[in-house]
Ligand binder design. Structure first.
Ligand code: G6P
Length: 435
């Protein structure tokens, strides 16, 4: 049996124990010899702490997988079978700016959605493309599993500008399956959802339990107050008339679009009450987590990690890796090229959709035409994403402005210009392409 080499870029992330836990759970089907955790100089202290915890977890599980901690990215990538990217360019400090700048103009301030996601994308894409060049050179057969946010836009950039075999992944679809299972009180393996849309803008068109359509029942439960959200998104309840006529399941992030004013109020209140933006809250949670991780007696994924929004991300990542490695022909919800699956969108744009995964990759399942209830928003957001990728690569002011104007959450040219000015100023050190 082949011994797999995995490279995790951004290995010092507080989420890494989640990923290690995923590899431990699937050790019977994935013969992993080495996991390289790689980070940058600035993140070395985190890498050391989280890396030692990862080693203890592996030891406790009785596995002989080697965990290698390194700052040498090329060494980690060389001949890897799978590369996982989970980086945050500028760290949580930059995220806090992404969340706070838009609020000045009464616009949603969120890490991946709206202008915050735009700022994160233009900082991140050049770095990810550098990583991809190293993969092309040092591990051309590797699969890249991209978790780096905004995951859909970043994956779009990778597939447009490199030859790397990449699949974008998010925990929202798997999270929705688990939450629906809880609402219906059934095992999550019995729940199937027909997902379609873009990352953090994905709808469940139909929900099935054991093949039976239960979409209406789920909608009724949601209208009666059942919860379907992530830790990082306020659990505002859906409007009954809206949800019944939509007749689909929106993802937690849809609240930013469908309940924009309410979310802006919530975000502003969090800042004025001293609770802070989500980035500021996460800074506190991370501090707590790294204190726990330091404990030499800790040798499992601590439950406190569940305070983060990324629940089930290891399930999504490691089961996808296993589906590729074991040629499972299994259905996963991923970010891949449209390739005609949704009509009316270009073939080569990245969408989030159910796909059949085998050793040759993830193949989007064809759906044809979508309902006009969701189609327009997907097209508009996709155009924003395409322009954002172009702006990130070229550093062109005009394209960046057009991208922001196309974002469904930006109200006018005037506001787009103000936002862009602030974003370029505040993140100047991470945006050399705009100098
Ligand atoms: C959700 C999203 C992820 C995001 C995370 C943020 O799970 O799907 O893309 O990274 O939330 O969680 P955090 O705890 O960092 O706010």
């Amino acid at each position: 049996m082949k011994n797999l080499k995995i490279a995790v870029i951004g290995g010092g992330s507080s989420y890494t124990p989640e990923l290690i836990d995923g590899f431990i759970k699937r050790a019977h089907e994935l013969p992993v010899k080495e996991i390289y955790l790689v980070d940058i100089e600035e993140g070395k202290w985190k890498l050391d702490i989280v890396g030692e915890l990862a080693k203890r977890m592996i030891k406790k599980a009785g596995l002989d997988t080697e965990i290698i901690l390194t700052l040498n990215r090329k060494e980690a990538i060389k001949n890897a079978d799978f590369v996982v990217t989970q980086i945050r360019v500028g760290g949580l400090k930059a995220r806090a700016k992404d969340e706070i700048i838009p609020l000045k103009y009464n616009v949603i301030g969120q890490e991946t959605t709206g202008p915050g996601g735009f700022a994160k994308a233009i900082r991140t894409i050049p770095v990810i493309l550098d990583i991809c060049r190293e993969i092309e050179e040092l591990a051309p057969n590797a699969w890249l599993i991209n978790f780096t946010n905004p995951a859909g836009i970043v994956t779009e950039a990778i597939l447009r500008y490199t030859n790397v075999k990449a699949i974008g992944l998010c925990n929202v679809p798997i999270g929705m399956v688990k939450m629906v299972a809880k609402i219906l009180n059934v095992e999550s393996s019995r729940v199937k959802i027909d997902f379609v849309g873009l990352n953090h803008l994905v709808w469940g068109q139909k929900v099935y339990v054991d093949g039976k359509d239960v979409t209406r029942r789920v909608i009724e439960e949601l209208c009666d107050g059942a919860s379907l959200t992530m830790k990082n998104i306020p659990d505002l309840k859906w409007d009954k008339a809206f949800l019944e006529s939509l007749a689909m399941i929106p993802c937690p992030y849809h609240r930013y679009y469908y309940m924009m004013e309410d979310l802006i109020i919530q975000e502003k209140e969090a800042v004025s009450s001293g609770k802070g933006t989500r980035a500021e809250q996460v800074m506190k949670i991370e501090k707590e987590l790294f204190e726990l991780y330091k404990d030499p007696k800790l040798d499992i994924k601590p439950p406190q990690l569940e305070k983060r929004g990324g629940a089930y991300y290891s399930d999504a990542a490691v089961s996808l890796i296993s589906a590729i490695y074991n040629d499972k022909k299994e259905i996963h919800t991923v970010n891949v090229k449209n390739n005609g699956a949704v009509s009316g969108l270009p073939n080569d744009v990245v969408i989030e959709i159910n796909a059949v995964v085998d050793k040759t990759g993830a193949h989007a399942i064809t759906l044809g035409e979508l309902s006009p209830k969701i189609y327009g928003l997907i097209q508009e957001a996709k155009a924003y994403e395409q322009l954002t990728v172009e702006a990130a690569v070229t550093g062109d002011y005009g394209i960046a402005l057009q991208a922001l104007i196309m974002n469904p959450l930006v109200p006018s040219v005037k506001v787009a210009k103000q936002l862009l000015k602030d974003i370029l100023n505040e993140h100047e050190e991470y945006l050399p392409q705009f100098r």
